[in-house]
Design a protein around this ligand. Sequence first.
Ligand SMILES: Nc1ncnc2c1ncn2[C@@H]1O[C@H](COP(=O)(O)OP(=O)(O)OP(=O)(O)O)[C@@H](O)[C@H]1O
Ligand SMILES: [Mg+2]
Length: 226
Amino acid sequence: MIDLKDVNKYYKTGEESLHVLQDVNLTIDKGEFVAIMGPSGSGKSTLINLIGFIDRKFDGSYLFEGETMEKVSDKELSSLRNKNVGFVFQNFQLIENNTVYENIELPLLYGGKNFSQTSERVLEVAERVGLADKVKKHPKQLSGGQQQRVAIARAIVNDPKFIIADEPTGALDSHTSKEIMEVFQKLNKEGATIILVTHDPDTIKYCNRLIRIIDGKIIGDEVVAK
Ligand SMILES: Nc1ncnc2c1ncn2[C@@H]1O[C@H](COP(=O)(O)OP(=O)(O)OP(=O)(O)O)[C@@H](O)[C@H]1O
Ligand SMILES: [Mg+2]
Protein backbone atom coordinates (compact mmCIF):
# COMPACT_ATOMS: atom_id res chain seq x y z
CA MET A 1 0.00 0.00 0.00
CA ILE A 2 2.76 2.42 1.05
CA ASP A 3 6.00 2.22 -0.87
CA LEU A 4 8.89 4.65 -0.32
CA LYS A 5 11.94 4.33 -2.53
CA ASP A 6 15.24 6.11 -1.91
CA VAL A 7 13.59 8.94 -0.01
CA ASN A 8 15.77 11.80 1.16
CA LYS A 9 14.55 14.90 2.92
CA TYR A 10 16.41 18.08 3.81
CA TYR A 11 15.39 21.02 5.95
CA LYS A 12 17.12 24.20 4.87
CA THR A 13 17.42 26.97 7.41
CA GLY A 14 19.51 29.89 6.16
CA GLU A 15 22.90 28.55 5.12
CA GLU A 16 22.45 25.22 6.85
CA SER A 17 20.88 22.13 5.34
CA LEU A 18 19.79 19.33 7.64
CA HIS A 19 19.57 15.87 6.10
CA VAL A 20 16.60 14.51 8.10
CA LEU A 21 15.69 11.41 6.07
CA GLN A 22 18.51 9.45 4.45
CA ASP A 23 17.91 6.86 1.72
CA VAL A 24 14.70 5.58 3.27
CA ASN A 25 13.25 2.49 1.60
CA LEU A 26 10.07 1.25 3.22
CA THR A 27 7.05 -0.79 2.21
CA ILE A 28 3.97 -1.07 4.43
CA ASP A 29 1.18 -3.45 3.48
CA LYS A 30 -2.51 -3.36 4.24
CA GLY A 31 -3.30 -4.78 7.68
CA GLU A 32 0.10 -4.17 9.24
CA PHE A 33 0.56 -2.65 12.70
CA VAL A 34 3.95 -0.96 12.51
CA ALA A 35 5.83 0.70 15.37
CA ILE A 36 8.47 3.31 14.61
CA MET A 37 11.00 3.98 17.37
CA GLY A 38 13.99 6.24 17.51
CA PRO A 39 15.57 9.02 19.55
CA SER A 40 14.11 12.51 19.65
CA GLY A 41 15.03 14.36 16.47
CA SER A 42 15.71 11.19 14.47
CA GLY A 43 13.08 12.03 11.85
CA LYS A 44 10.05 9.97 12.95
CA SER A 45 7.50 12.76 12.62
CA THR A 46 9.10 13.91 9.37
CA LEU A 47 8.70 10.38 8.01
CA ILE A 48 5.07 9.96 9.00
CA ASN A 49 4.16 13.46 7.79
CA LEU A 50 5.47 12.41 4.42
CA ILE A 51 3.60 9.08 4.52
CA GLY A 52 0.43 10.89 5.71
CA PHE A 53 0.34 13.33 2.78
CA ILE A 54 1.16 16.35 4.95
CA ASP A 55 4.51 16.95 3.32
CA ARG A 56 5.49 16.27 -0.27
CA LYS A 57 8.79 18.13 -0.44
CA PHE A 58 11.29 15.28 -0.59
CA ASP A 59 13.55 13.51 -3.05
CA GLY A 60 12.83 9.95 -4.12
CA SER A 61 9.52 8.28 -4.77
CA TYR A 62 6.36 7.58 -2.82
CA LEU A 63 3.92 5.18 -4.38
CA PHE A 64 0.57 4.95 -2.61
CA GLU A 65 -1.49 2.01 -3.87
CA GLY A 66 0.73 2.05 -6.93
CA GLU A 67 0.15 5.74 -7.71
CA THR A 68 3.02 8.18 -7.62
CA MET A 69 2.90 11.21 -5.34
CA GLU A 70 5.02 13.21 -7.74
CA LYS A 71 3.16 16.03 -9.44
CA VAL A 72 0.16 16.00 -7.07
CA SER A 73 -1.06 19.51 -6.33
CA ASP A 74 -1.59 20.81 -2.79
CA LYS A 75 -5.33 20.45 -3.30
CA GLU A 76 -5.00 16.82 -4.39
CA LEU A 77 -2.68 16.17 -1.45
CA SER A 78 -5.23 17.42 1.07
CA SER A 79 -7.94 15.39 -0.61
CA LEU A 80 -5.72 12.28 -0.46
CA ARG A 81 -5.14 13.00 3.21
CA ASN A 82 -8.83 13.41 4.05
CA LYS A 83 -9.84 10.29 2.18
CA ASN A 84 -7.07 7.95 3.24
CA VAL A 85 -5.51 8.85 6.59
CA GLY A 86 -6.71 9.11 10.17
CA PHE A 87 -4.39 10.97 12.55
CA VAL A 88 -4.04 10.52 16.30
CA PHE A 89 -1.67 12.77 18.27
CA GLN A 90 -0.10 12.78 21.71
CA ASN A 91 -2.15 15.78 22.89
CA PHE A 92 -5.48 14.59 21.39
CA GLN A 93 -6.13 17.87 19.51
CA LEU A 94 -9.87 17.87 20.15
CA ILE A 95 -12.06 20.94 19.77
CA GLU A 96 -12.83 21.93 23.35
CA ASN A 97 -16.06 23.79 22.59
CA ASN A 98 -17.54 20.88 20.67
CA THR A 99 -19.13 17.81 22.17
CA VAL A 100 -17.63 14.35 21.75
CA TYR A 101 -20.29 13.72 19.10
CA GLU A 102 -19.37 16.87 17.19
CA ASN A 103 -15.65 16.12 17.39
CA ILE A 104 -16.18 12.68 15.87
CA GLU A 105 -18.62 14.04 13.27
CA LEU A 106 -16.34 16.75 11.89
CA PRO A 107 -14.38 14.64 9.33
CA LEU A 108 -17.69 13.38 7.92
CA LEU A 109 -18.85 16.97 7.37
CA TYR A 110 -15.48 17.83 5.77
CA GLY A 111 -15.95 14.79 3.57
CA GLY A 112 -19.17 16.28 2.19
CA LYS A 113 -21.85 14.62 4.31
CA ASN A 114 -24.56 16.84 5.77
CA PHE A 115 -25.76 16.78 9.37
CA SER A 116 -28.69 14.47 8.67
CA GLN A 117 -26.39 11.73 7.31
CA THR A 118 -23.89 11.41 10.14
CA SER A 119 -25.51 10.14 13.31
CA GLU A 120 -25.50 6.43 12.57
CA ARG A 121 -21.79 6.43 11.72
CA VAL A 122 -20.78 8.70 14.63
CA LEU A 123 -22.59 6.51 17.14
CA GLU A 124 -21.18 3.35 15.60
CA VAL A 125 -17.55 4.46 15.96
CA ALA A 126 -18.19 5.93 19.43
CA GLU A 127 -19.41 2.47 20.40
CA ARG A 128 -16.35 0.81 18.85
CA VAL A 129 -13.97 2.83 21.02
CA GLY A 130 -16.09 2.39 24.13
CA LEU A 131 -17.58 5.87 24.35
CA ALA A 132 -21.25 5.23 23.54
CA ASP A 133 -22.36 6.86 26.81
CA LYS A 134 -20.09 9.93 26.48
CA VAL A 135 -21.15 11.48 23.18
CA LYS A 136 -22.89 14.48 24.76
CA LYS A 137 -19.93 15.40 26.96
CA HIS A 138 -17.25 17.95 26.19
CA PRO A 139 -13.56 16.91 26.06
CA LYS A 140 -12.78 18.69 29.35
CA GLN A 141 -15.28 16.44 31.13
CA LEU A 142 -13.35 13.33 30.09
CA SER A 143 -10.17 11.62 31.32
CA GLY A 144 -7.06 11.63 29.14
CA GLY A 145 -7.71 8.07 28.02
CA GLN A 146 -11.31 8.89 27.11
CA GLN A 147 -10.16 11.97 25.18
CA GLN A 148 -7.72 9.80 23.24
CA ARG A 149 -10.59 7.42 22.43
CA VAL A 150 -12.49 10.39 20.98
CA ALA A 151 -9.44 11.21 18.85
CA ILE A 152 -9.28 7.59 17.68
CA ALA A 153 -13.00 7.61 16.84
CA ARG A 154 -12.50 10.81 14.86
CA ALA A 155 -9.53 9.21 13.06
CA ILE A 156 -11.52 6.15 11.94
CA VAL A 157 -14.91 7.73 11.20
CA ASN A 158 -14.16 8.20 7.49
CA ASP A 159 -12.91 4.62 7.24
CA PRO A 160 -9.35 5.62 6.29
CA LYS A 161 -6.92 3.32 4.47
CA PHE A 162 -4.45 3.73 7.33
CA ILE A 163 -4.06 5.35 10.75
CA ILE A 164 -1.04 7.35 11.83
CA ALA A 165 -0.58 7.70 15.58
CA ASP A 166 2.30 9.94 16.73
CA GLU A 167 3.01 9.02 20.35
CA PRO A 168 -0.68 8.51 21.21
CA THR A 169 0.19 7.27 24.71
CA GLY A 170 2.86 9.90 25.41
CA ALA A 171 0.59 11.90 27.72
CA LEU A 172 -1.05 8.93 29.43
CA ASP A 173 -0.23 6.85 32.52
CA SER A 174 0.78 3.22 32.01
CA HIS A 175 -2.63 1.74 32.79
CA THR A 176 -4.42 4.10 30.39
CA SER A 177 -1.71 3.56 27.76
CA LYS A 178 -2.44 -0.15 27.90
CA GLU A 179 -6.16 0.49 27.35
CA ILE A 180 -5.45 2.74 24.37
CA MET A 181 -3.07 0.17 22.86
CA GLU A 182 -5.82 -2.43 23.26
CA VAL A 183 -8.17 -0.18 21.27
CA PHE A 184 -5.58 0.04 18.47
CA GLN A 185 -5.00 -3.70 18.65
CA LYS A 186 -8.72 -4.37 18.29
CA LEU A 187 -8.96 -2.04 15.30
CA ASN A 188 -5.94 -3.77 13.72
CA LYS A 189 -7.55 -7.20 14.22
CA GLU A 190 -10.63 -5.80 12.46
CA GLY A 191 -8.41 -4.88 9.50
CA ALA A 192 -7.05 -1.39 10.19
CA THR A 193 -3.52 -0.58 9.03
CA ILE A 194 -1.73 1.35 11.79
CA ILE A 195 1.57 3.22 11.91
CA LEU A 196 2.54 4.07 15.47
CA VAL A 197 5.39 6.34 16.55
CA THR A 198 6.33 5.48 20.10
CA HIS A 199 8.97 5.95 22.77
CA ASP A 200 7.40 3.40 25.08
CA PRO A 201 8.83 -0.15 24.84
CA ASP A 202 5.64 -1.51 26.47
CA THR A 203 3.60 -0.52 23.40
CA ILE A 204 5.69 -2.63 20.98
CA LYS A 205 4.10 -5.96 21.87
CA TYR A 206 0.77 -4.80 20.40
CA CYS A 207 2.44 -4.28 17.00
CA ASN A 208 3.51 -6.77 14.33
CA ARG A 209 6.59 -4.97 13.13
CA LEU A 210 9.19 -2.65 14.62
CA ILE A 211 11.16 -0.12 12.60
CA ARG A 212 14.08 1.64 14.23
CA ILE A 213 15.31 4.96 12.98
CA ILE A 214 18.43 6.90 13.98
CA ASP A 215 19.64 10.14 12.38
CA GLY A 216 17.07 9.79 9.60
CA LYS A 217 18.18 6.28 8.63
CA ILE A 218 16.25 3.07 9.07
CA ILE A 219 18.63 0.88 11.05
CA GLY A 220 16.28 -1.95 11.94
CA ASP A 221 13.10 -3.53 10.60
CA GLU A 222 11.94 -6.66 12.38
CA VAL A 223 8.89 -8.77 13.07
CA VAL A 224 7.67 -8.43 16.66
CA ALA A 225 7.83 -11.87 18.24
CA LYS A 226 4.55 -12.90 19.89
N1 LIG B 1 10.10 22.51 9.88
C1 LIG B 1 11.37 22.22 10.21
N2 LIG B 1 12.38 23.04 9.84
C2 LIG B 1 13.66 22.75 10.14
N3 LIG B 1 14.04 21.66 10.84
C3 LIG B 1 13.08 20.81 11.24
C4 LIG B 1 11.68 21.04 10.95
N4 LIG B 1 10.97 20.03 11.48
C5 LIG B 1 11.84 19.20 12.06
N5 LIG B 1 13.11 19.65 11.92
C6 LIG B 1 14.34 18.98 12.39
O1 LIG B 1 14.39 17.71 11.75
C7 LIG B 1 14.86 16.72 12.65
C8 LIG B 1 13.83 15.60 12.75
O2 LIG B 1 12.66 16.11 13.36
P1 LIG B 1 11.39 15.20 13.68
O3 LIG B 1 10.34 16.07 14.21
O4 LIG B 1 11.06 14.39 12.47
O5 LIG B 1 11.98 14.24 14.82
P2 LIG B 1 11.23 13.15 15.71
O6 LIG B 1 11.98 11.88 15.52
O7 LIG B 1 9.79 13.14 15.43
O8 LIG B 1 11.52 13.69 17.20
P3 LIG B 1 10.59 13.63 18.54
O9 LIG B 1 10.74 12.24 19.08
O10 LIG B 1 11.21 14.64 19.42
O11 LIG B 1 9.18 13.95 18.14
C9 LIG B 1 15.14 17.44 13.96
O12 LIG B 1 16.51 17.73 14.02
C10 LIG B 1 14.32 18.69 13.87
O13 LIG B 1 14.92 19.72 14.60
MG1 LIG C 1 8.09 13.62 16.58
